[in-house]
Design a protein around this ligand. Structure first.
Ligand code: MGD
Ligand code: MGD
Ligand code: SF4
Ligand code: MO
Length: 894
């Protein structure tokens, strides 16, 4: 944990990762780095940070950063001036518009842009170029929630706030691995459990770290959620838990929806069968829910990323509407948003089916925005949603694309096709922070350097509708510029300068706030007119604020709908009968498994930032696929071996992790690795691009797949001061180190090849080798001064344990003779602590040390914390500490 001196020049900002939106205090060190601490005054986290937030200081280096505009010259990118690059973009768009019309231009944006950036980009394309084809990675993320909210509430409003998680007596997490993905909220939930005795139910096909903390865990079959919540609605009615007064006064459509629910899940037995659950578990859940007025049901991608995501969202919402558990302290359906500004993007209208400021494409709304922007060419109909947008690019209908703040060549479903489509573009512009990612490498014509977290300045909105400032605390490097300004410069060069006269982020924000209030008589939920006249100083000093905050108001609103007043024409909420639940794509003899995809604790998306952190790399350093032991045995797969996972759309080669946490017939693979960091682990390439009919969100968690064992002659790793990429490391993953480069690999090359490779690297002055042909082992180390310069391990076994140990030695400034010997033996030096896989990222505490502490008598998380400090800072590793204690106990009892 870093020491933080509150009197020093700390800047209060917001974490750039998940939608919890934690406040961060960053104290620049004057040489490009900063000390990071949680902001005790921020209402999202009250000073706490998770492992990713705590490691932000390790992601600030300028290595790999895009610092100057670049233009493509044949196969190469060359540095260009801003003027040249911007003119190229403006001229290119103009050329495409003249030849093919404005709809041949598209922008693909991101929930990691600031609200100001998002607003400017949306205004340029929809308002002035006149193309509706603006969509965002939120289509892959929150679109089903948006559609579900709009259908049920008449507007995209989250009815509750984080405090509800502290006040609820029952928290239901559906399709959410909050322990890893919203860790600080999860800790609030655990505190409520501990201090107030709240109950936790977790509904997920996998026994996740989140599930391990649950009082009741429902290992649901993929896609079983609609049936489960239909069954719950039926149960609530049958057991008198419905609030008839609320339903009568504030809702429409209850009877039809109940009839549909009865057709889908008439009884507990039918529900259990449809959801792949045990009847006792379903009954226990229903009874708990029926009996607990203060219930929050929080949900995330297990709900949204589904071809029935909108129905899933509303099936949950229905149970809250029926019981009147909405907008009351401690009672609400609650969407946990993913990205730091997923909400801001929804507010500005960054989705293709929205225009701006929660307005759509009705004639009256188009007319209103047209007048406000003074934009005669404004788009008048919905644009193409992400998946359709990339299909249109593939067909050659969209000819110019600007990608801002997202990495679609990795994150879109059927990512190989999406990537291939990019090569058809006449003009392909990317604004990013990095010089290289899979999207840029798909052939971008123009690269525009955007300011990154710590350099940029503006606002983001978190999951509870709270607007917070991100503030710059580092100088802007190279020629990087804020995205809103880059957009404005292109607009000016296209002749729209008048509408983009923003001098600061505050200017953009004020206009956005004014539009939200423009001719808004209360019919539009999103109204921040109260912030439309903020002075520059007030904007700089803005404290986290809930929306709405209307003109004349000084305080936002925490909760909605306790008294009805929905944003529909008649003020009533809508129950909407769901379709019969079914996954879109069926499994078959060729593709008998279901591939589920998602996140791990210590990486963020495509790793352009977290991938730089050595601390975060040590938890799960390389790409893998999880499979149930029985399925593994049947397929001839072993833990630590390798497998080819294939679907109709692509294939990956992944390490095999055999685990009881996985259901039979299902696979799970994390989404983080790309061609930038690994050889064949772009999991998006496997995922089918089938989408929800209402939200257009792809079903990223249930693609039919097959898995086959693959074997390599050897496994190993290479640690080196300079980046090396041996050509015969066929399957390789880059692993961040503090003072060098790590590569975990599998290879079919013979040992001699490896020996020759090391020999060819030169200098044998201070060298040690170990060659054992019979055992298939080759190890080499080169020393310079007192430290390791290079270390190579090749062997037949899974190299992970040796890797963890060698990494620790590699990072040392000088080694003892003992340690030098230990390095090649693959065993720890006498007396030295062996780490094992890092469990506690904050203090670098490994599994081995934890097991040892338990063996020496530590019986609880607190006792482990007292001995090793593990789990005492961010708490992200507490579920794993508990698992280790339980494992030790089970082992003793055997
Ligand atoms: N560490 C980390 N945290 C993150 C991110 C990250 O990259 N890394 N990304 C952020 C973003 S953008 C997002 S959107 C959030 C996502 O946060 P989460 O939604 O919590 O994360 P996921 O791992 O995508 O999926 C959640 C769970 O849904 C389960 N699931 C799959 N299918 C079903 C189903 O049919 N029904 C149910 N009930 N569950 C199912 C999966 O097994 C998985 O455990 O995380 C945010 N936080
Ligand atoms: N199979 C499968 N696919 C998924 C998911 C899944 O669960 N399964 N989840 C989906 C979800 S929920 C999400 S949110 C997406 C995330 O997927 P992406 O958005 O593609 O992933 P990131 O790695 O966050 O990409 C962000 C890019 O923006 C850059 N960047 C960061 N900040 C800025 C900035 O301020 N300005 C600019 N111009 N660039 C910036 C980064 O360097 C990086 O290249 O993945 C989706 N894809
Ligand atoms: S929970 Fe972690 S990743 Fe999410 S905002 Fe807070 S510190 Fe950042
Ligand atoms: Mo997301």
């Amino acid at each position: 944990m870093q020491r933080f001196d509150p009197r020093s020049a700390a800047v209060a900002t917001t974490c750039p990762y998940c939608g919890v939106g934690c406040g961060v205090l960053a104290t620049p060190d004057g040489s490009g780095g900063a000390t990071i601490a949680g902001d005790p005054r921020h209402p999202a986290n009250f000073g706490r940070l998770c492992s990713k937030g705590s490691a932000l200081n390790e992601t600030l280096s300028l290595e790999g950063r895009l610092l100057h505009p670049m233009l493509r010259d044949g196969a190469q990118l060359r540095r260009a001036s801003w003027d040249e690059a911007l003119s190229e973009v403006a001229k290119g768009f103009r050329r495409v518009i003249d030849a093919h019309g404005p709809q041949a231009v598209a922008f693909y944006l991101s929930g990691q842009l600031l609200t100001e950036d998002y607003y400017a980009a949306n205004k340029l394309l929809k308002g002035f170029i006149g193309s509706p084809n603006v969509d965002t990675n939120s289509r892959l993320c929150m679109a089903s929630t948006v559609a579900g909210h709009k259908r049920a509430f008449g507007a995209d409003v989250v009815p509750g706030c984080y405090e509800d998680l502290d006040l609820a007596d029952l928290i239901v997490l559906v399709g959410s691995n909050a322990a890893w993905c919203h860790p600080i909220l999860f800790q609030r939930i655990l505190r409520n459990k501990q201090e107030r005795g709240a109950k936790l139910v977790v509904i997920d096909p996998r026994r996740t770290a989140t599930a391990e903390e649950a009082d009741l865990f429902l290992p649901i079959a993929p896609g079983g959620d609609v049936a489960l919540f239909c069954g719950l609605l039926v149960h609530l009615v049958a057991n008198g838990a419905v609030r008839d007064d609320y339903v009568m006064r504030h809702t429409e459509g209850f009877a039809q929806t109940l009839a549909a629910a009865r057709a889908i899940a008439p009884t507990i037995a039918a529900t259990a069968a449809a959801a792949g659950l045990r009847e006792v578990d379903v009954a226990a859940f229903f009874e708990l829910f029926a009996a607990t007025p203060k219930t929050v049901t929080a949900f995330s991608q297990g709900v949204n990323q589904s071809a029935q995501g909108t129905d899933k969202v509303d099936a949950i919402v229905h149970c809250h509407l029926a019981t009147g558990r909405i907008g009351e302290p401690g009672a609400a359906p609650f969407s946990l948003t993913g990205q730091p500004n997923a909400m801001g993007g929804r507010e500005v209208g960054g989705l293709a089916n929205q225009l701006a400021a929660h307005m759509g494409f009705s004639e009256a709304e188009v007319d209103r925005v047209r007048r406000f922007w003074n934009a005669p060419r404004i788009a008048t109909r919905e644009g193409l949603k992400a998946v359709q947008m990339f299909e249109a690019i593939g067909r050659g209908e969209i000819k110019a694309l600007w990608v801002m703040g997202t990495n679609p060549a990795v994150s879109l479903p059927q990512a190989d096709e999406a990537r291939a489509a990019l090569s058809r573009l006449d003009l392909f512009v990317v604004s990013d922070n990095v010089l290289s990612n899979d999207t840029i490498n798909a052939g971008a014509h123009v690269l525009l350097p955007a300011q990154a977290w710590g350099e940029k300045s503006g606002t983001v909105t978190n999951s509870e509708r709270r607007i917070s400032r991100q503030r710059a605390f580092l100088p802007s490097p190279g020629e990087a510029e804020p995205d809103w300004r880059i957009v404005g410069e292109v607009a000016a060069r296209m002749g729209f300068g008048e509408a983009f006269r923003f001098r600061s982020a505050a200017d953009v924000f004020r206009e956005h706030a004014a539009l939200s209030a423009f001719e808004n008589d209360g019919a539009r939920s999103f109204d921040i007119g109260g912030l439309a006249e903020l002075s520059g100083e007030a904007y700089d000093a803005l404290r986290p604020t809930f929306w709405p905050i209307r003109a004349g108001e000084t305080k936002g609103r925490e909760r909605f709908f306790a008294e009805g007043s929905f944003f529909t024409a008649d003020g009533k909420a809508r129950f909407v009968a769901p379709e019969r639940p079914a996954l879109k794509a069926a499994t078959s003899a060729a593709f008998p498994f279901r591939l589920n995809t998602g996140r791990i604790r210590d990486q963020w998306h495509t790793m352009t930032r977290t991938g730089k952190s050595p601390r975060l790399a040590r938890h799960l350093p390389s790409p893998f696929v999880e499979i149930h032991p029985a399925d593994a045995a049947a397929a001839g797969l072993v833990d630590g071996g390798f497998a080819r996972v294939s679907t109709r759309h692509g294939e990956c080669l992944l390490a095999v992790a055999v685990t009881e946490r996985q259901r039979r017939g299902e696979l799970f693979a994390p989404i983080h690795w790309s061609d930038e960091t690994a050889s064949l682990a772009r999991v998006g390439a496997l995922v089918a691009a089938v989408t929800d009919p209402h939200s257009g969100q792809p079903e990223a968690k249930a693609t039919p797949a097959r898995i086959d064992a693959v074997s390599f002659k050897s496994h190993g790793f290479l640690l080196s001061r300079a980046a090396l990429r041996p050509p015969f490391a066929e399957l390789a993953t880059k692993v961040a180190l503090a003072h060098g480069h790590g590569l975990l690999f599998a290879s079919n090359a013979g040992l001699e090849l490896w020996r020759d490779y090391v020999a060819a690297l030169g200098d044998r002055a201070d060298a040690a080798d170990y060659f054992d042909e019979a055992r298939g082992v080759y190890r080499a180390a080169r020393f310079a001064e007192q430290r390791v310069d290079l270390c190579l391990f090749v062997g037949r076994q899974d190299a992970r344990a040796a890797f963890d140990q060698a990494t620790a030695l590699f990072e040392k400034e000088w080694l003892t003779i003992e340690e030098r010997k230990a390095l090649l033996s693959g065993r720890a030096a006498d007396g030295a602590e062996e780490d094992g896989a890092i469990v506690c990222a904050c203090f670098g505490v490994g599994a081995k040390a934890i097991d040892k502490a338990i063996a020496n008598g530590a019986r609880s998380v607190a006792e482990i914390g007292a001995r090793l400090r593990a789990g005492t800072n961010c708490g992200s590793c507490i579920p794993e500490l508990k698992r280790a204690i339980a494992a030790a106990r089970a082992c003793c009892e055997e």
